[in-house]
Design a protein around this ligand. Structure first.
Ligand code: NAD
Ligand code: UDP
Ligand code: UDP
Length: 317
């Protein structure tokens, strides 16, 4: 097989770095573009000397002229702490970033993948969420810069597809965790594991009955690659995530069990617009990709805890 030239935006982030590794291992040439807002060179350290890997500092809100066969557009801060730090920049990254990457795809005739999100469903009134559900999103709240930015990016992808016949692949990603999550990004899995490893109180927001479904990173990346390999008629949007649902209280108890931590559970106020439940319906992905997550939560948490143990001991964060 002759390798392709593949652009990964946000490639130095959590998901992007795992994707770059997979693509290089599969024989492709990978151009990783990142402005290092939440991503780090350390995430792609193992690739820096590889002859088929190139790292470029660039912000996707500015045009980019390169020659590629495929684009994975992942650039965008993903955790509330980071995407609410500069909400205007978050919307610009999703919207201007999508326009630039779609313009690039149009010129090069590259297939383009968009990392969309379960947040397009907002606080859903349909459960589990199917792709045909239009969502329940607050357009003016503190999460809107992320949710509406991603919704507008989806609109742009489908308009470029209809207007310019671009090959698009839109994945709606549900909560994903694993090694290289940012330890201070405030997401629940990283918070709970870091708190447990440091013997600090585990902070449950609200009463802990809200639910999420957690997908291990390797399972998710397999889904990306299978989606991009589908025929042109398959555009998505396609839910990718783990359908096994847990309450935040159950997650906290599992983290304590896995880490053997003496930490206690404490309850803090629920953030504004925090969705009460979230679970993907993955029938579409099962049917079209023959894909479903394989790594159980306990096993994934063990691997993630080992990663955090290592970086906390190195004090690199
Ligand atoms: P992350 O924050 O680790 O990665 C995002 C990367 O994008 C970082 O490396 C960051 O520096 C880079 N970036 C941000 N703004 C940029 C810009 N303007 N120009 C260039 N690079 C920029 O987050 P992640 O979890 O790896 O998420 C990757 C993608 O997947 C995001 O688009 C996110 O919205 C989406 N997603 C993730 C999850 C999840 O659970 N991890 C769920 C749904 C969707
Ligand atoms: N663009 C880019 N790289 C390219 C081609 C286009 O970054 O290789 C950007 C370009 O700056 C433009 C955007 O993508 O603003 C949209 O491009 P398109 O061709 O769709 O629109 P137009 O240039 O006609 O406004
Ligand atoms: N959460 C929590 N404690 C924390 C961090 C988050 O209870 O220390 C809750 C949060 O309120 C939400 C869920 O865990 O209900 C998932 O939060 P996260 O930010 O990871 O993802 P998202 O809300 O974007 O799904």
């Amino acid at each position: 097989m002759i390798g392709k030239r593949i652009l990964v935006t946000g490639g130095a982030g959590f998901l992007g770095s795992h994707l770059c590794e997979r693509l290089v291992a599969a024989g492709h040439e990978v151009l990783c573009v990142d402005n290092f807002f939440t991503g780090r060179r350390a995430n792609v350290a193992s690739l820096l000397d590889h002859p088929r890997f190139e790292l470029m500092r660039h912000d996707v809100t500015f045009p980019l002229y390169v020659e590629v066969d495929q684009i994975y557009n992942l650039a965008c801060p993903a955790s509330p702490v980071h995407y609410q730090f500069d909400p205007v920049q978050t919307t610009k990254t999703s919207v201007h970033g999508a326009i630039n990457m779609l313009g690039l795809a149009k010129r090069t005739r590259a297939t383009i993948f968009q990392a969309s999100t379960s947040e397009v469903y907002g606080d859903p009134s349909v459960h589990p969420q199917v792709e045909s559900y239009w969502g329940n999103v607050n357009p003016i709240g503190p999460r809107s810069c992320y949710d509406e930015g991603k919704r507008c990016a989806e609109t742009l992808f489908f308009d470029y597809h209809r207007q310019h016949q671009l090959g698009i692949k839109v994945a709606r990603i549900f909560n994903t965790y694993g090694p290289r999550m940012h330890p201070n990004d405030g997401r629940v899995v990283s918070n709970f594991i870091v708190q447990a490893l440091q013997g600090r109180d585990i902070t449950i927001y609200g009463d802990g009955h809200q639910t999420r479904s957690f997908c291990y990173v390797d399972d998710l990346i397999e889904g990306f690659i299978r989606l991009v390999a589908t025929p042109k008629e398959i555009t998505g949007p396609m839910n990718l995530g783990n359908p096994v649902e847990f309450t935040m209280r159950e997650l906290a108890e599992l983290v304590i069990d896995v880490t053997g931590s003496p930490s206690k559970l404490v309850y803090e106020p629920l953030p504004v617009d925090d969705p009460k439940q979230r679970q993907p319906d993955i029938s579409f992905a099962r049917r079209e990709l023959g894909w479903e997550p394989k790594v159980p939560l306990r096993e994934g948490l063990e691997k993630t805890a080992r990663y955090f143990e290592l970086i906390l001991s190195e004090k690199t964060v």
